[in-house]
Write a protein that binds this ligand. Structure first.
Ligand code: CA
Length: 216
């Protein structure tokens, strides 16, 4: 019994994966592949993926953007939860990482639902400005210094009622006393969203901190 959030030990994390989610074979395959992969810890946790899938379904998400796709886990989880006609535009700069993503999207049968754009995400977002207020989902998980810029651009693209999720919003807890560029940028983004009256917001201790903002 507690009014505070539980500290997640490795045993609890294992329990969450075993009992707390319904796994998909390609999601678990990708997680296993990432265990020894350089940068593999950049992947979201299994329960965060499942939580995002629940949000996708609850919000009737049909048209989404993901900024920072890495090897495709969160996009795969998102696309699996979307309806048949759902579509996700993924923005990333790495061919090498997203080749792994493509391979697993193909294997899970969701390739048709995903468009991948390989170029700096801000360029892609500028190109997408003719699609204002047509998206209902944004997941931001890229270069932390730009999170606030991505948030601003994406808010214009979101319909009222659409969700923006910003990953790593607690940055290992370093936002409490930010000592470097990334921590300062994430803290600034969090504080900006808190004061932004265009959205309702909550910052949750899911994974490395998940900022959720719903456009009013
Ligand atoms: Ca992340």
């Amino acid at each position: 019994m507690s009014s505070k959030t539980l500290t997640i030990t490795p045993d609890i994390a294992r329990y969450l994966t075993q009992v707390g989610i319904r796994d998909h074979p390609v999601l678990s395959e990708l997680r296993a592949l990432m265990e020894d992969f350089p940068g593999g810890r950049m992947q979201i946790s299994p329960e965060q993926g499942a939580f995002m899938q629940m949000l996708v379904k609850m919000n009737g998400t049909r048209k989404g953007i993901e900024i920072g796709t890495f090897t495709g886990y969160s996009a795969l989880a998102t696309a699996l939860a979307m309806p048949e006609e759902g579509h996700l535009t993924c923005l990333d700069v790495s061919e090498e990482w997203t080749n792994i993503a493509r391979e697993h999207w193909q294997k899970a049968g969701v390739s048709e639902k995903i468009t991948l754009k390989i170029q700096p995400a801000l360029d892609s977002l500028v190109e997408m400005q003719d699609q204002k207020e047509t998206f209902d989902w944004v997941f931001i998980d890229a270069d932390k210094e730009n999170h606030l810029n991505y948030y601003e651009r994406c808010l214009e693209l979101l319909k009222p009622g659409g969700l923006v999720l910003v990953d790593n919003s607690l940055w290992g807890g370093s936002v409490v006393n930010p000592q470097d560029e990334e921590a300062r940028a994430i803290d600034a983004c969090n504080r900006f969203v808190q004061q932004d009256d265009r959205v309702d917001m909550v910052l949750l201790p899911v994974g490395d901190g998940l900022m959720m903002a719903r456009k009013r």
